[in-house]
Design a protein. Sequence first.
Length: 97
Amino acid sequence: MFKAPGFYFPWLVLVFNLVLGADPTPFVFGYFVGAVYVLLVDTLPSANATDWGMLAGARVFYTPVFMEWLVDWAGGRAPQVARQNPGFGGPGRRVNQ
């Protein structure tokens, strides 16, 4: 077993898939789509106008609401409660003690 920074994880997965003989096309396509998504959702809205011009500060792409509901449902929490109350307000209990 070896350790590597998280930045290299996608490339390690690509190399592992190549060693196993898998087709790298879906991996590279998924990496590209993810990079474009991060650019449109995270980078551009907080970008400087001198670097990005007209696109700086613009919200170009929105995450569909059904995707947020799906993630909240898969996590086992109610969508409305998850956004309004980010902290845990319960009494708290330790497991196995």
